[in-house]
Design a protein around this ligand. Structure first.
Ligand code: SAM
Length: 258
């Protein structure tokens, strides 16, 4: 049986995923093109990496951000010390807010972790005001969009199981669109966002990417597995020890109005 993916360290998260999240978040927010002075809920805010982008680029009146991980919330709260931004521990399937409270409800890289994505979306709809915006983006997990794909692909070749997000199916573009349409949203639009990150060399790519709580514990579980997977990954990327390594990730994004 594979392990559950847990997010318990905001600093480590920033290195392996926060940087990637902001690369997608930047394009996503341009596409969403939000109004300034709006009220936001950022669900599954993690260590606050995407919350920070909303805060820095879109002059919000208020952001309420929540995540089930207390460690991530502690990190996020120190990251953005503003009286317009509040962080709390909470769950996407049971938002602690009254109906029609926000202009923008959003989830960055979260929906595939929510046990019942449709319930998570119905909660976003509930807390958003009339004509408000409900949006999300998710790595295209099942089509190889995750930034750890170069390593995951080798684990699959070796038939080594590793944990994936429990609701990964919702990351497919058609499933994502269906979920928004079934939630009764209007003006539903989708977009695939592709991003690239360059690492100084293979060792840096390996050290940072294996901080992931998904593939990390699996590749580090036994020295012989680590050695084999590392060698195979480097061969598949076709790089020597010194040249830079550029990796592509792609995410499916969606937006609609209540
Ligand atoms: C990949 S991180 C994304 C964090 C942040 N939004 C970002 O863009 O970097 C996924 C986050 O989803 C959170 N999460 C998992 N299950 C959740 C749930 N049921 N409700 C809300 N958030 C959840 C995790 O704790 C984790 O912080």
């Amino acid at each position: 049986m594979t392990q559950e993916i847990k997010f318990q360290d905001g600093g480590s998260y920033e290195q392996w995923m926060g940087v990637w999240s902001q690369l997608v978040g930047d394009q996503f927010l341009k596409w969403l093109s939000p109004q300034p002075d709006a009220t936001w809920i950022d669900i599954g805010c993690g260590n606050g990496t995407f919350t920070e982008q909303i805060y820095n680029a879109h002059a919000p009146k208020e952001i309420q951000a929540l995540d089930p991980s207390p460690e991530q919330i502690d990190y996020a709260a120190q990251r953005i010390p503003s009286e317009n931004v509040s962080f709390q521990v909470g769950d996407a399937m049971d938002l602690p807010f009254e109906a029609d409270r926000f202009d923008y409800a959003t989830m960055a890289l979260v929906l595939f972790f929510v046990p019942e994505p449709a319930v998570g979306v119905s909660e976003m709809v509930r807390v958003t005001g009339s004509n408000g915006s409900i949006s999300a983006y998710v790595w295209d997990v099942l089509e190889g969009g995750l930034p750890a794909e170069p390593i995951s692909a080798q684990l699959r070749r070796l038939d080594i199981a590793y944990p994936i997000a429990p609701s990964a199916e919702v990351s497919r573009m058609d499933r994502l669109e269906e979920t928004w349409v079934e939630a009764g949203l209007k003006n539903v639009e989708t977009k695939q966002i592709s991003v690239q990150r360059t690492f100084d060399n293979f060792q840096q790519f390996w050290d940072i990417t294996t901080l992931s709580p998904s593939i990390g514990p699996t590749v580090k579980s036994q020295p012989d597995i680590t050695k084999r997977v590392k060698l195979m990954t480097q061969e598949a990327l076709g790089v020597d020890d010194t040249e830079p390594v550029t990796v592509t990730g792609f995410a499916n994004a969606i937006k609609g109005n209540k």
